[in-house]
Design a protein around this ligand. Structure first.
Ligand SMILES: Cc1cc2nc3c(=O)[nH]c(=O)nc-3n(C[C@H](O)[C@H](O)[C@H](O)COP(=O)(O)OP(=O)(O)OC[C@H]3O[C@@H](n4cnc5c(N)ncnc54)[C@H](O)[C@@H]3O)c2cc1C
Length: 476
C-alpha cells in the first residue's frame, strides 16, 4: 500500500482550526520548529500545521476530519524519541498531532493502586504525583523531565527500574485510544484480571503511533520504597558485573531495582562534557556498575555491604563506594543519565540499543569489540546500560578529528556486524527505543517473513488507508 502524498488541503486546516481553536493550532514556522525537529540525531520534517487538541473529543474530531480527507497524522508527545518516529516526513503532507495540552491526572484510586492520566502528562510530573500520594510510579528514564506518558507507552519505554517493575507495558491496566478513523476505544479499565479475549491495549503499547492515538491510560501504582541504597563499584570485567548482579539478587530477593554497566570511557566523556561531575571512585577502572537496592525492608545497606564485600573477596569487585545520602546517590545516577548527552563529545557515535540474554552480555561485548577492532583499529568502544535487563547501549565511534565525518559511511557495515552478533546470541536489535525510521528497514533482516506479515496484517486491519504515522515502524 502506498503512503498518501497529496498536499494537505486548506479547507481541512480551516476545519481543524474550528475544532481546536486558535490555541490548538500552530502554523508559524518558528513556533513549529520544536515539533518538526528531533531532540538528537538530526531528524527533521515539514508540516503545514501542528495540532494540539485539549481533550479526547477534539482528538477524535481531528482524526475523523483527517481520515475523511485521507491526510496522514504523526502523533507526538514529548518528541524525545531517538528514532525519528515522532517527526513528520519532508514532503509536508502530514499533520502533527501533539497531545501535550492533555496533561491532567483524571482520577486516582488508592485502594486499587491506580491513577488515570491523560497522554500528555510529563513523566516526571506523574512520578511527583505518585509521591504526593505516598506511592511510586516506577517508570524512570533520562528524558523524564520532557517525555510524556503517551510517548512512553507508544514506545514501551524501559529505563532504570525495569529489573523490578517491568517496561511501560507492565505498568498499564487500561487505555483509551482514538482509532485511525476517529472512533474512540474506551478501554480505561483498572483490572488486574480480564480474560475476555485479545488484550487490545497491548496492541497499542509499543506501536509507535501506527495504530491509533493513545489519549488516556490507567497506570499502576506501587508502595513507595522505605529504604533505598545505591552503590558504585568497579568490577573486574563485564562478566564480573553479571555475576555480581546474580549475587545481589540472591542476597536481597526482589530488592535489586537498578543495575547499570558503566565504562570508564563513558565517565570520561561525561566529565569532559560536564566538568563539575564528581568521579565516584578515587582510582579509575575500565568497568563499573551502578546498583540500587530498594524496598520496604530496612537494612538494605548492610545487605549491600555484605554483597560487595563477598564479591570483592571473590575477585569480582575491585573497589566500591555506597552513597552516604540521597544527594550522593542522585549524583551517581545523574552521571549515568548524562551519558546520553555526553556522547556529543565524540566526533561520531554509532548507536545501538540492543539486548541479549543477561548471561551472554560479556560475550556480546567481547566479541563485538573484537570484530570492530579488527575492522577499524582506531575505533573507540563504548558500552553502557541497563544490563540487569540484558540491555546494552553499544555505541562505538571516533573522537573529533579531521576527517571524522567521512567515517559516517561505516555506519551500515558496523550496524551489520553488531546486529548480526546480537541476533546470533538470541537478542533484539531494539531493546528500548523502538524502530521508528531508524531501524524500520534493518529489522526486516532479522524478523521472520511470518512475523513481518503478521505485523502488516494488523496495521492493514486497523489502518486500511495508512494514515497513522505512515512509513514508521513498518512499511505496508
Ligand atoms: C536522554 C534520553 C534518555 C533516554 N533513556 C531511555 C531509557 O533509559 N529507556 C528507554 O526505554 N528509553 C529511553 N529513552 C527513549 C524514551 O523512551 C523516549 O524518548 C520516550 O519514551 C518517548 O516519549 P515522548 O513523549 O518524547 O514521545 P515522542 O518522541 O513524542 O513519540 C515517540 C513515538 O510515540 C508516538 N506517540 C507519541 N505520543 C503518542 C500517542 N499519544 N499515541 C500514539 N502514539 C504516540 C510517536 O508517533 C513516536 O512514534 C531516552 C531518551 C532520551 C532523549
Amino acid at each position: 500500500m502506498n503512503t498518501p502524498v497529496a498536499a494537505v488541503r486548506q479547507d481541512l486546516l480551516d476545519r481543524i482550526r474550528q475544532v481546536v481553536g486558535d490555541k490548538g493550532c500552530i502554523t508559524d514556522a518558528a513556533d513549529m520548529a520544536a515539533y518538526l525537529n528531533g531532540w538528537r540525531d538530526g531528524w527533521q520534517g515539514r508540516s503545514p500545521m501542528v495540532v494540539r487538541p485539549a481533550n479526547t473529543a477534539e482528538v477524535a474530531a481531528v482524526v475523523k476530519l483527517c481520515h475523511d480527507a485521507r491526510t496522514p497524522i504523526v502523533p507526538q508527545a514529548g518528541n524525545t524519541g531517538l528514532t525519528g518516529g515522532s517527526t513528520p516526513g519532508m514532503a509536508g503532507n502530514e499533520i502533527v498531532l501533539s497531545v501535550n495540552r492533555m496533561n491532567r491526572v483524571r482520577a486516582t484510586d488508592l485502594l486499587n493502586e491506580t491513577m488515570t492520566v491523560e497522554a500528555g502528562c510529563i513523566l516526571a510530573n506523574l512520578q511527583q504525583k505518585a509521591a504526593e500520594l505516598d506511592r511510586l510510579f516506577p517508570l524512570s528514564l533520562g528524558a523524564e523531565g520532557t517525555c510524556q506518558i503517551g510517548g512512553n507507552l507508544s514506545t514501551n519505554a524501559g529505563g532504570i527500574n525495569v529489573l523490578k517493575y517491568g517496561n511501560a507495558r507492565n505498568l498499564v491496566l487500561g487505555l483509551e485510544v482514538v482509532l485511525p478513523d476517529g472512533q474512540v476505544w474506551d478501554g480505561l479499565r483498572g483490572l488486574r484480571k480480564d480474560n475476555t479475549g485479545y488484550d487490545l491495549k497491548q496492541l497499542f503499547i509499543g506501536a509507535e503511533g501506527t495504530l491509533g492515538i493513545i489519549t488516556q491510560a490507567v497506570l499502576k501504582l506501587f508502595p513507595r520504597p522505605r529504604d533505598q541504597q545505591t552503590a558504585f563499584a568497579a568490577v573486574r570485567d563485564p562478566q564480573a558485573a553479571v555475576e555480581l548482579l546474580s549475587r545481589a539478587r540472591i542476597a536481597s530477593g526482589e530488592a535489586v531495582t537498578g543495575f547499570e554497566l558503566i565504562q570508564r570511557f563513558g565517565i570520561d566523556l561525561v566529565i569532559r562534557h560536564l566538568p563539575q561531575t564528581p568521579d565516584p571512585l578515587a582510582q579509575k577502572h575500565a568497568w563499573n556498575v551502578l546498583m540500587e537496592l530498594s524496598g520496604s525492608d530496612t537494612g538494605l545497606r548492610s545487605t549491600l555491604e555484605t554483597v560487595l564485600a563477598e564479591a570483592m573477596e571473590a575477585g569480582l569487585v575491585l573497589d566500591a563506594t555506597i552513597a552516604a545520602n540521597q544527594a550522593q546517590a542522585r549524583a551517581m545516577w545523574k552521571m549515568r543519565e548524562d551519558h546520553a548527552e555526553a556522547q556529543k563529545e565524540l566526533g561520531l557515535s554509532i548507536k545501538h540499543d540492543v539486548s541479549v540474554p543477561v548471561s551472554r552480555i560479556a560475550e556480546f561485548i567481547a566479541r563485538a569489540d573484537a570484530a570492530l577492532g579488527k575492522a577499524y583499529p582506531d575505533i573507540k568502544h563504548l558500552a553502557f546500560g541497563h544490563i540487569g535487563d540484558g540491555n546494552i547501549h553499544y555505541n562505538p565511534g571516533w573522537e573529533n578529528a579531521p576527517g571524522v565525518a567521512a567515517k559516517a559511511k561505516e555506519r551500515d557495515p558496523i550496524n551489520r556486524i553488531v546486529h548480526d552478533l546480537v541476533v546470533e546470541l538470541g537478542g533484539s536489535i531494539s531493546a528500548e527505543h523502538g524502530l521508528g525510521l531508524l531501524r524500520r528497514d534493518e529489522v526486516k533482516h532479522y524478523k521472520s517473513p511470518v512475523e513481518i506479515e503478521l505485523m502488516r496484517t494488523l496495521k492493514r486491519a486497523l489502518d486500511p488507508h495508512n494514515l497513522m504515522n505512515p512509513g514508521k515502524l513498518i512499511e505496508i
